[in-house]
Design a binder for this molecule. Structure first.
Ligand code: NAD
Length: 780
């Protein structure tokens, strides 16, 4: 096409980016790639191909990692880790900074390679993927520098296994590697099978940047290689990918003591109110669902439009879709590139073809004759239960329905098993900021979409996974407290000496919904003191009792909306009422545990209540320094309903150490009291009754932890489980929690000194909250 033609037709000309340098880079290296282990490239095998999805041509051969190769990489990382950690924050900062600088120097090579390998438009890889990846290394060079002074009580986890998807190959690599290295860990990273090539460029950058051998290891391969990494001798798995594989990994790591973070799929709502700037909202959608061909975990793939403007909005959207250009990803003037692989193209096509609901609109856009391309698609008039409203399509397909009121918008938005991101469009800031906290999502964009930055936490709730990447909150996933764990000691329970029992039924009941409730099964057990005397009887809760307790906790959802100030007052009040009965409690504790330090435990319990009364209105969020005109608010939100299996030892202090941080942060709890010493908890009911704790905020069950644990972990309306039980149930809990991917915090058979500072503080507050990042751009 000549300039004259372009002037005459007023059509777009071609603006291709040259691929020569990237192709030469590949040709110079074989082009077959081996793993990067211990600072060296290991001899390659041409096990599978990495293809250019825009043409179908093979770019390079890639080695599929075997379990032995994974083990070799983990061993290299293990050897390198202590020295890397000891090198100190500043030394690590210099290495991360060198990586950032070299990525800048090689930015064009990285961008072109990414586009060749993944099919995304060069505009995106050049202007978004690569700059954000570089920013991540810069930002985390800073965290490395600050670790010694700002996180003095935290230590690295050790060796981290990291598994990433194909949609943002280099960016996901950066999100995983930068925080891990900054905090003194070493890594074994497995790229996705379709897109290994930028990781290969990155491995050369590591060598140039002076990354010590073994600190970064890259093993290529598919799901089997990933599974081998999950099973290997690593201390943590950080996974980004589909919910199905995430669930599988949750089960595979259960009970192993490996830390786990899961960044999974989404079906994020894009909510447009009638007072929105419609043209901006339409343009926002181009970025929300057609960025990277919709293969974006946080894509605004579910459009919810206010009914009064729906027809106007759809008309403008269809007109915009008519002008979207699909074509060669290396062409700088196209909007949509290629779908990553024919397999993914097949999945998208099948899902859309199989849909009979609503009205499908696809513009008459010309698609390239070869390669994996799919047109931008809009399906309107769907119902919430329709498959395409619920399932992640992971392609350029937008589904939509309408709403009438803000409350309905929230209900529709939250009608999904996912909870990654959401966009809210309204010119009324009060409305937008009223809606944002009500959305079940880890990220909310106000009048914007797909904003991301290294300083702001990214991650989901519900089946979108747990853990955050970016910001201070992301560092939590790569550190642990500097304590030396000791195994839990078995607790001695006391047998009865026989003799007469009380003629009256004095069985301590359960505490559900603010009332004492008889156990559904009607069973109880005797509790004896050290001298064999019967101290009382405690109820044995069953599954039905648990269901009732969870129902009561759900009904108390108003608690999550109360102020920290109110919650602080109630915690102080509990402390005051416990203090008034300190003698009685300390005698009970002595009788149960056969010791003389009951008064010490009561005193520590009162102090702990004060600690969390103090924190209730002081565990602040943050305003993140994102590089844009606007703010990103990191808000600490309660998780919801937390199921807690209390420690067997310290039956009062242990219980309070869990209840207090949980409710201080606005959660409701369902507790299984100390298994051998339940009566300390049952005495506590009256303290709760007299302290203005609303019904259902604290529910207490007594019974066998081994029986209760799987039901608590499995319950779909429990959002997180903590277990400090003496029973060997950590594995069961992590396995059963895979159902709704609830967050878990288990002791793995390790003891905790509840009387020391290990029994309280930020670790508990972090576990009791999740960060929601709300992005609010400035300007008209
Ligand atoms: P996927 O789950 O199929 O694969 C992701 C990675 O896991 C790949 O490297 C793959 O080889 C590996 N893998 C596959 N099976 C495995 C197993 N059994 N054990 C260990 N590893 C295994 O996902 P995908 O199709 O590559 O990526 C798309 C999905 O990723 C979408 O659901 C998307 O929403 C999600 N995603 C989420 C985020 C986020 O931050 N939340 C970001 C990007 C993508």
């Amino acid at each position: 096409m000549t300039v004259k033609n372009i002037f005459e037709s007023m059509d777009y000309g071609e603006a291709p980016e040259a691929a020569g340098d990237a192709l030469t880079w590949l040709a110079d290296r074989g082009p077959v790639f081996g793993h990067f282990i211990g600072g060296k490239s290991v001899p390659p095998r041409d096990d599978f191909a990495s293809n250019n999805p825009a043409t179908g041509e093979k770019l390079a051969g890639v080695t599929k990692g075997t379990p032995e190769e994974v083990a070799a990489a983990v061993a290299a990382a293990r050897v390198a880790q202590p020295k890397w950690a000891k090198s100190g924050g500043h030394a690590r900062a210099r290495v991360l900074y060198a990586i950032a600088r070299l990525m800048q120097k090689n930015a064009r090579l990285l961008a072109v390679m990414e586009t060749l390998d993944n099919g995304k438009p060069i505009r995106e890889s050049r202007d978004i993927d690569v700059p954000l990846a570089i920013r991540h290394f810069y930002h985390h060079a800073g965290f490395a520098q600050l670790m010694d002074t700002e996180l003095p009580d935290q230590a690295p986890l050790g060796v981290c296994g990291q598994i990433i998807p194909w949609n943002f190959p280099l960016l996901m690599l950066a999100w995983k590697i930068a925080p891990a290295l900054a905090m003194g860990n070493t890594v074994v990273l497995k790229p996705a099978e379709y897109t290994s090539l930028t990781a290969m460029v990155f491995s050369e950058i590591c060598t140039q940047a002076g990354v010590p051998p073994g600190v970064i290891n890259i093993v290529t391969g598919d799901g089997e290689t990933g599974a081998a990494l999950v099973a290997s001798d690593v201390d943590k798995i950080a996974f980004t990918g589909s919910t199905a594989v995430g669930r599988h990994i949750r089960q595979a790591t259960a009970g192993t003591g490996k830390a786990l973070t899961l960044e999974l799929g989404g079906k994020s709502p894009y909510i447009v109110f009638d007072d929105a700037d419609i043209d901006s909202a339409v343009e926002g959608l181009v970025d929300a669902i057609w960025f990277n061909q919709g293969q974006v975990c946080c894509a605004g793939s579910r459009l919810l439009v206010h009914e009064p403007i729906a027809e106007t909005f759809y008309a403008k959207l269809r007109a915009r879709m008519d002008r979207l250009r699909v074509g060669d990803p290396l062409d700088k003037s196209i909007d949509l590139g290629a779908i990553v692989d024919p397999v993914q193209l097949g999945t998208i096509s099948k899902m859309v073809a199989g849909n009979t609901a609503g009205t499908t609109y696809q513009p008459d856009t010309a698609l390239p004759a070869t390669g994996s391309f799919y047109p931008p698609t809009l399906i309107t008039g769907l119902n919430t239960a329709d498959t395409l409203m619920q399932e992640e399509i992971f392609g350029p397909v937008l589904v939509s329905t309408t709403f009438r009121t803000p409350a309905e918008a929230v209900e529709l938005a939250n009608n999904t098993r996912y909870g990654l991101a959401a966009s809210v469009w309204s010119e009324n800031v009060n409305l937008a900021l009223d809606i944002a906290p009500k959305l079940a999502a880890g990220i909310v964009w106000v009048n914007a979409t797909n904003l991301m930055d290294a300083s702001a936490g990214f991650g989901g709730v519900r089946e979108s996974g747990f853990g955050r990447e970016g910001g201070w909150e992301g560092l939590q996933a790569y550190t642990k407290p500097k304590t030396t764990p000791k195994p839990l000691k078995p607790i001695a329970t006391y047998a009865g000496k026989g003799g007469p029992t009380d003629a009256l039924d004095r069985t301590a009941k359960l505490y559900i919904g603010g009332k004492q409730a008889r156990p559904d099964g009607g069973y109880s057990r005797n509790v004896y003191g050290k001298n064999g005397a019967l101290l009382g009887q405690s109820s044995l809760a069953n599954r039905k009792d648990l269901r009732n307790a969870v129902e009561a906790a759900h009904a108390a959802k108003g608690w999550s909306k109360t102020t920290g100030h109110l919650r602080a007052q109630i915690l102080y009040y509990i402390a005051e009422n416990l203090s008034a009965r300190a003698d009685e409690f300390s005698k009970r504790l002595d009788a149960l545990q056969g010791g003389k330090s009951g008064n010490k435990e009561v005193e520590a319990s009162i102090q702990r209540l004060f600690t969390y009364a103090a924190w209730a209105d002081k565990y602040d969020g943050a305003v993140k320094g994102v590089p844009m005109r606007g703010v990103a608010l990191a808000m600490n939100e309660p998780i919801g309903v937390i199921g807690c299996l209390c420690p067997d030892e310290a039956p009062l202090l242990g219980l309070i150490s869990l209840v207090a941080p949980a409710i201080a942060m606005g959660n409701r709890v369902v507790l299984a009291a100390s298994d051998p010493f339940p009566l300390a908890a049952t005495d506590f009911y009256q303290v709760l009754d007299t302290s203005d704790v609303p019904a259902g905020v604290v529910n207490i069950l007594t019974g066998d932890h081994t029986d209760l644990a799987p039901h608590i972990a499995k319950h779909l309306n429990i959002d997180a489980v903590w277990s400090f039980s003496g029973a060997d149930i950590s594995k069961t809990i992590e396995q059963e929690a895979a159902g709704n991917l609830k967050r878990t915090w288990v002791n793995n058979g390790q003891a905790r000194d509840w009387f020391s500072t290990a029994g309280e503080g930020k670790e508990f507050l972090q576990a009791a909250t999740q960060t929601k990042t709300i992005w609010v751009p400035y300007g008209e």
